[in-house]
Design a protein around this ligand. Structure first.
Ligand SMILES: [Mg+2]
Length: 226
């Protein structure tokens, strides 16, 4: 039996140009153990990914703010506080950087995100005022409630499914994956990972993006059949 997986999306299941690597659709539907998709994106994105992969909706979204497994969903984190902080950010001339549709934040339940070209210093200043923190995933700045983490989300999914988090293999690329790496039994940072993710991972891979992730999936799967 292959080990259960906890997989980040952006930078981990994607190509350098942000597309989901199509090889994912060959590997994950056949994976004979639970797969948890753990992302900073809002809830609909990982749900859609699971749906179109044809795998169960076992999801940690919004960096741990939303947890879904076995048809149950729960929320951690304070979106209203994030909204108040963003209002202050805008009053001071800040701009989240999204268009009118804002599909990045539209369905967020527990945190809000700004584009990577937003005023980071101002965002951090306002976050501190509202007792929030800013997490830089390399794809967005997330304004979130401290203590809400992907790793706790994975632990919550494990409780629901009756699994040990120690049995999980985690793959990720950024500082929001550090808690995931600490919770899973075995952790891998792809070569494009930031320094904090690399420092926290058991293994830093030679290959980047989904090339790195696929190398892990192939090696842990062959170990399990050896
Ligand atoms: Mg990522």
């Amino acid at each position: 039996m292959a080990p259960p997986l906890a997989l980040d999306i952006d930078g981990t299941l994607t190509s350098p140009t942000d597309q989901i690597d199509p090889r994912l659709f060959e590997v994950l539907p056949e994976w004979n153990a639970p797969v948890v998709v753990a992302t900073g994106k809002s809830f609909p994105y990982p749900v859609a990914l699971c749906h179109f992969l044809g795998i169960p909706e076992q999801v940690v979204a919004e960096n741990g703010g939303v947890v879904c497994a076995a048809g149950e969903v729960s929320f951690q984190g304070d979106r209203e506080r994030a909204e108040a902080a963003i209002e202050r950010f805008r009053e001071r001339g800040g701009d989240l950087g999204w268009d009118a549709a804002d599909t990045t934040n539209r369905w967020r339940e527990t945190e809000l995100a700004a584009r990577v070209d937003a005023d980071e210093a101002l965002l951090r200043e306002v976050a501190a005022e509202f007792d929030l923190e800013v997490v830089d995933t390399g794809y967005a700045y997330h304004l979130k409630t401290p203590g809400v983490e992907k790793g706790d989300g994975l632990a919550a999914v494990c409780d629901i499914l009756g699994l040990s988090s120690d049995s999980f293999v985690a793959v990720g690329d950024s500082e929001n994956d550090v808690s995931l790496f600490e919770t899973a039994g075995e952790s891998y940072a792809v070569a494009n990972a930031d320094e904090r993710a690399k420092a926290a991972a058991d293994t830093v891979l030679d290959e980047s993006y989904f090339d790195g992730t696929l190398s892990v999936l192939e090696s842990v799967r062959s170990e399990s059949t050896a």
